[in-house]
Ligand binder design. Structure first.
Ligand code: ADP
Ligand code: MG
Length: 684
């Protein structure tokens, strides 16, 4: 048996169950070994019938005294087995619909059983426990693993297959160098795997878990470090900090915050280097990331090179385009917009212009990384709100050219602090942890659907003051199943109802691109007071005069999405408001509302999100290239994560000794682990 063998080769699995296992992500024996139980049952502690004092699941035994079978209905049999302990305590086991039991066992046999018990006078009652001959020890007499399952596979199938595999495999190869095992007193890999499935004891389970959690963090961080080191040879254009660049600040009507200044400094320092910048600028919604991107763009332009800026939605890309046009007017920066909705002929022309170097700044959606787009001298690639882009797409921008562009990634999705520390392997991180002066907290309220009309009424005051209002709905078309308010329907009713004396507009994803652009323009220029919209406005949109955000069916949105949506208001110095209109009493949804009404801080929200959902989902595994850690949890096991980080460092600078062979084993192992899982994610 080899670790790479398929699961169908295992006795008791066969092709049908092997297919089911694939649904769990298990194809090979190795996958299976690393498929961990999610809980355990204590079937190790044998409690004699005489000593049972509490009604709980228990592992006990006895000698069969009598059988009694009844048939209350034609298709139902009830078997009662009376057992007796050595000291004469009686137990009564009730089993439904298994008339064969009486053939398997006889009076006088000793059996062991595991199940829920009930104390009834002087007897102990068991209903449908698992039973086996005393001493057989297949179902009990050990700590019993419980695995996540799919329909058609029983836990018993899993346990049997695991046992078969662990019995046939020799000692599992150690991954870590001896020095590391020693330093952290880590259990050997073989011990850890065997004991995570069939723990010899609770303490063995603990050390197995610790070792595997440590290993998950270690492998992930090592992998990220490798990714980064691969880029070590890459070269970029050097972007000098020219005196002329200072004139940029004359173009903007405000002074940068200290946080913005600091991040600007970090960026320009990077851009001066031949080594490509790989920087993530993380700043809460409204913290002013865009202006930094434009400064870097301007610097690139002055140095004679091209910049590309990619945004996740057409609406946002268009906003950036309009903003850049205004900002760079008269400065000589030649700007072009590129998106999927542009005609083929026009696109060809734009492609030509880009490769001829006729444009200094290309702004668009993912259309900017399509085949056909070749920059003549691309020095800076910016992605805005990158959480919508995969690592791969980012990579696509940088790997195409012999001279790599500097990479600037801007995001408001606050990667929680703990994750940030891990991700540092991949990107340098700058944080804008300060909002521009004069910003006020957005007052946030969660309101039940049946009181929504009061909210609309209150908004009239804001509209009369000349402010604008967003109303966001989750779906476009009315859905019979979900009974959610569709944007179209709501738009109709508000336009003719409560907001009839104001100008109401509608924006949704199904509209033509030109219609969307026009609607955004009207809202931006305050030709519209109320914008009813779907989540197309979720990211990045900046209309500082809008002060009210109403989110319909807020229970349907995740925390980071709610925070992003709320971030569309509070972008000027006026007091802003956010109303979360919800229906139903889903506990998790209510918890989210509670978080939203209690804080405006994106970092806090992200940490809460992590708690509620777990890290895999927060990052969007597919989008980010972080495989879900199976046992390791960023919030619970921070110490372990830091420990592994420190050890990687020590191994790298050889403070922690290891042989060439050990180094190679570890390196290969990291590659192997991530090659398969991350094939679709790795930058290339
Ligand atoms: P985000 O970080 O969410 O992308 P933006 O870059 O869109 O935020 O900026 C939000 C708003 O704040 C914009 O209207 C922008 O002009 C303004 N802004 C940015 N920096 C400052 C500053 N230092 N002082 C005042 N307003 C600022
Ligand atoms: Mg933005």
């Amino acid at each position: 048996m080899k670790k790479t063998d398929g699961m169908e080769s295992i006795k008791g699995i066969g092709s049908k169950k092997a297919t089911l296992l694939k649904q769990l992500g298990i194809e090979t024996i190795e996958d299976f070994l690393l498929y961990f139980p999610f809980r355990y049952e204590d079937r190790a502690t044998h409690v004699p019938l005489d000593e049972i004092r509490t009604e709980d699941k228990v592992f006990s035994s006895g000698r069969i005294v009598s059988f009694q079978t009844s048939r209350p209905k034609p298709k139902m049999t009830i078997t009662k087995i009376t057992v007796c302990s050595e000291l004469g305590k009686e137990g009564v086991i009730t089993i439904f619909n298994n008339p064969y039991l009486q053939k398997q066992y006889s009076v006088g046999d000793c059996i062991q059983f595991y199940g829920m018990c009930q104390i009834k006078g002087r007897k102990i009652l068991f209903s449908s426990p698992e039973i086996e001959p005393f001493g057989k020890n297949v179902l009990m007499n050990y700590i019993y693993p419980i695995y996540p399952l799919v329909k058609g596979l029983s836990n018993h199938d899993m346990v049997n297959a695991m046992r078969t595999i662990l019995q046939s495999l020799g000692e599992l190869e150690e991954v870590f160098p001896e020095s590391l095992l020693q330093k952290r007193s880590l259990a050997p890999f073989d011990f850890a795997v065997r004991n995570i499935h069939f723990p010899h004891s609770v303490s063995a389970l603990k050390s197995a878990r610790y070792r595997l959690i440590y290993q998950e963090f270690f492998m992930l961080q090592m992998h990220l470090l490798n990714l980064r080191n691969k880029d070590e040879t890459a070269r970029s254009f050097v972007l000098k900090e020219l005196e002329q660049a200072k004139s940029f600040f004359d173009k903007i009507p405000f002074e940068l915050t200290n946080a913005q200044k600091r991040v600007l400094q970090e960026m320009t320092e990077d851009l001066k280097q031949e080594k490509p910048m790989q920087r993530l600028v993380q700043g809460d919604v409204g913290s002013g990331k865009t202006v930094l991107a434009w400064y870097a763009t301007y610097l690139t332009f002055l140095n004679g090179y091209q910049t590309v800026l990619m945004a996740p939605t057409e609406v946002l890309a268009k906003q950036h385009y309009e903003g850049a046009k205004k900002l760079f007017e008269g400065s000589g920066v030649r700007i072009v917009f590129l998106s999927g909705s542009i005609s083929k002929k026009k696109k060809e022309e734009i492609y030509q212009g880009i490769s001829d170097g006729d444009y200094d700044l290309v702004i668009g959606t993912h259309a900017v990384i399509q085949e056909g787009v070749h920059f003549s001298k691309l020095a800076l690639a910016i992605t805005d709100e990158q959480h919508r882009f995969g690592v791969k797409q980012r990579g696509k921008l940088s790997k195409q050219y012999e001279i790599s562009p500097h990479i600037l990634v801007m995001t408001a999705t606050p990667i929680p602090r703990t994750l940030t520390l891990v991700l540092q392997g991949d990107l340098d991180i700058s944080i804008i942890d300060e909002l521009p002066k004069g910003r006020k907290q957005i007052e946030t309220y969660a309101i039940e659907q049946k009181k929504a009309h009061m909210v609309y009424g209150q908004c009239i005051g804001e509209l009369q003051k000349g402010r604008q209002l967003y109303i966001v709905c989750p779906l476009v078309k009315e859905s019979e199943v979900l009974d959610l308010k569709s944007a179209e329907e709501l738009y109709e009713s508000l336009k003719t109802g409560v907001f009839s004396s104001f100008r109401v507009g509608l924006l949704h994803g199904k509209m033509k691109s030109s219609e969307k652009t026009e609607m955004m323009r009207q809202y931006q220029e305050h030709e519209i007071d109320v914008l009813v919209s779907t989540t197309v406005i979720e990211v990045g949109i900046n209309v500082p005069n809008a002060t009210v955000m109403i989110i319909e069916d807020a229970q349907r949105f995740g925390l980071s999405q709610l925070h992003q949506l709320r971030g569309r208001v509070g972008r000027g110095s006026d007091q802003s408001y956010c109303y979360l209109i919800y229906r139903g009493y889903d506990q998790v949804a209510l918890k989210r509302m509670q978080v939203m009404t209690s804080t405006n801080d994106g970092f806090v929200i992200a940490e809460k999100d992590l708690e509620i959902r777990g890290p895999g989902e927060v990052l969007g595994v597919k989008q980010h290239g972080i495989p879900e850690l199976k046992l390791a949890d960023f919030t619970k096991h921070q110490k372990v994560m830091f420990a592994s980080k420190e050890d990687i460092q020590e191994l790298t600078d050889k403070r922690l000794v290891c042989s060439e062979q050990e180094r190679k084993t570890l390196g290969d192992r990291v590659e192997e682990t991530f090659q398969k899982k991350m094939e679709h994610l790795v930058m290339n």
